[in-house]
Design a protein around this ligand. Structure first.
Ligand SMILES: C[S@@+](CC[C@H](N)C(=O)[O-])C[C@H]1O[C@@H](n2cnc3c(N)ncnc32)[C@H](O)[C@@H]1O
Length: 599
């Protein structure tokens, strides 16, 4: 093993190759070394990713010195003198940025933590981030976000000393410029700093010409291909494993270091063992073996400020069936849970949602004007559209809820009134659609009407948290699909921000995030489900088949999008649903023209 000094010099050399000032690199290396308790591994990991990040911060916030002191290049880094305290901790802007990008609570002693706070909807293991993890956590963000997060740095006016790289945007792409070369970071690809360094060195050896524009040969998610070959990576759940697995790993970008790659998606099971069934990934159309990365979670998780009160004390006698046992569906009279759904159970003994219940929910979606709406005094949706003078509330449909039995009920887990909480049982597949909708979800088997497919799972955000994300993602040209839990808005006064909730599956979600939209005649319907709390400010969103579905058919639901609405933060996509009832008028016109040219 090399000495501290050798490793320090190596780190500084690597920074110099990237065009950073060596003296500054030495200072930052020392600071990080101290921060990580004299441990080199986090600093060296991923080809010095954390160090590069800290260097970019350093040069973005302080003017670079014009020249490097004489002889500095030859000096050993002398990291053994840890008493020399130049800086006490990470640069504040680094943390501000990391908090934004991977916004979890502060570091804790253990990497995993059982979440037992009473304002969270589920008890589920999730990663707690160490300070190093928070830097790595950035890897899980969509590529364009990760790239956009690189701070714009100012070129030094130094003489003879390499300047720090300067970032410039070019459309959706990013250019990293230094006197050694220009590197184009393509929007859709992942940044690999090692390749960046190699590209810069190459440009340097070719005479340091600025004209040459190197396109970084970014690395693809190797783990997908290898997983397809049946190789299981450290940290991934083996397909054979039966028990639950918690693999919400902090996945670093791939580096060219000879370390074993961490698992990304597992093509044999996108849930990596979280679900009771495996959900494979298939792409017959393009080279992408996997969808972009996200954390697979089986249950909703509170992002930060959402108020999800699920205390047992809130569940009164008429909100549970404490006196029941076994399977409530077999009892001679409907239990209290069934009565609060509709004086009867929502489910049949075969585990399907009753046809009458489905048809009623579909009718509410098809003819919203004929159904009851609640109106907020100050609607959280309108509040953020035009903060100065928000429009009046457009109304929130009064929805039918399924009420499932739960922990305060006397029945058992196999009770027929506990369908959604038991999770996915159908054989599903995430597949790449041929119509330009990206990835989608399909069933591998034929399904009857009323079959539970999956919940729409994601992070639980408040409306202000959602607004921040939406604005940020609109800037990056990204469109997310969050759903408001607005069934009770307007019925109980104006919801406060922490009670006006939505589900965002973009970064943490389940297979529900792959279900594409179809106008009007979709084969799924989304239904609110009450499980842990009678308080309808928080509930589950479950997808059921709205009709019989054939094997291999794509599963779709009607997002209820108004394709004519223009809203800068919520622009709808161009609909490719193929339905004869498609509401996207641009497509209707196209179809009409195509029909006219055929005649
Ligand atoms: C919830 S995601 C569905 C999964 C998505 N296709 C993917 O590849 O991750 C919603 C996004 O899928 C695409 N999408 C869904 N339905 C579509 C449709 N009918 N036509 C075109 N794009 C669609 C849009 O980009 C939309 O923002």
């Amino acid at each position: 093993m090399s000495s501290n000094n050798e490793r320090g010099v190596k780190a500084c050399n690597a920074m110099k190759t990237l065009g950073f000032n060596r003296a500054k690199a030495r200072k930052v290396v020392k600071r990080l070394f101290k921060l990580y308790d004299n441990n080199w591994e986090p600093i060296e990991e991923d080809n010095y990713r954390i160090l590069i990040d800290a260097m970019l911060d350093e040069v973005s916030d302080e003017p670079m010195p014009a020249t490097t002191p004489q002889g500095v290049d030859e000096d050993p880094v002398a990291l053994s003198h840890q008493g020399a305290n130049e800086d006490s901790g990470p640069h504040s802007s680094t943390w501000a940025r990391q908090e934004y990008q991977h916004p979890h609570s502060s570091a804790s002693a253990s990497r995993y933590d059982i979440d037992v706070s009473d304002n969270e909807s589920s008890l589920i293991k999730r990663p707690r981030m160490s300070s190093a993890d928070r830097v790595h956590g950035r890897a899980l963000q969509p590529a364009s976000q990760a790239i956009m997060a690189l701070p714009a740095v100012h070129q030094s006016g130094g003489h003879g000393e390499p300047s720090a790289p300067v970032t410039r945007s070019r459309g959706k792409d990013l250019l990293l410029e230094s006197p050694q070369g220009v590197l184009l970071l393509e929007e859709s690809k992942r940044l690999n700093i090692g390749e960046y360094g190699a590209a810069l060195s190459k440009a340097q050896s070719n005479g340091g010409s600025l004209q040459e524009e190197a396109v970084a040969p970014f690395v693809k998610p190797l783990a997908c291909q290898r997983a397809a070959n049946g190789i299981v990576f450290p940290g991934s759940s083996a397909p054979e494993s039966s028990g639950p697995s918690f693999q919400n790993w902090i996945v670093p970008y791939e580096s060219e270091l000879p370390s074993e790659p961490r698992p990304l998606h597992d093509v044999a099971d996108i849930s990596k063992g979280e679900e009771r069934v495996r959900i494979p990934i298939k792409n017959d159309f393009t080279d992408e073996s996997c969808p972009p990365l996200f954390y697979y979670i089986r249950k909703n998780l509170v992002f930060q400020s959402a108020y999800v009160k699920t205390s047992l004390a809130r569940i009164g006698g008429d909100n549970c069936c404490a006196g029941c046992s076994g399977n409530c569906l077999l009892a001679p009279l409907p239990c209290a849970c069934a009565r609060s759904t509709a004086d009867d159970f929502a489910y049949t003994p075969e585990g399907l949602l009753r046809t009458s219940f489905i048809d009623e929910c579909i009718a509410v979606n098809h003819f919203p004007e004929k159904h009851n709406k609640f109106y907020c005094e100050a609607c959280p949706i309108e509040r953020y559209k035009t903060e100065a003078s928000p429009d009046p509330c457009k109304g929130h449909l009064a929805r039918r809820f399924i009420k499932e039995c739960w922990s305060k009920c006397g029945c058992d887990m196999q009770c027929g009134n506990r369908v959604v909480q038991r999770g996915i049982t159908c054989n599903l597949q995430v597949f790449f659609t041929s119509e330009g909708k990206g990835w989608g979800l399909r069933t591998q088997d034929g399904l009857p009407k009323g079959a539970f497919i999956c919940e729409y799972v994601g992070e639980i955000l408040t409306s202000s948290e959602l607004h921040e994300r939406t604005v940020e993602n609109a800037k990056n040209g990204k469109h997310l699909h969050q759903l408001f839990l607005d069934a009770s808005w307007g019925s109980e006064g104006a919801p406060r921000d922490e009670e006006a909730l939505c589900i965002d599956p973009t970064f943490y979600g389940n297979v529900g995030r792959f279900v594409n939209h179809r106008c009007h005649d979709a084969n799924l319907v989304l239904i609110p489900v009450e499980v842990e709390t009678p308080d309808h400010r928080y509930y589950h969103l479950a997808l059921f088949t709205a009709k019989k579905v054939e094997a291999s058919e794509e599963l779709t639901w009607d997002y209820g999008i108004d394709f004519d609405a223009t809203d800068s933060t919520n622009q709808a996509f161009r609909c490719m649903c193929g339905s004869q009832y498609c509401r996207d008028r641009k497509n209707s016109k196209k179809r009409a023209r195509a029909a006219a040219s055929r005649n």
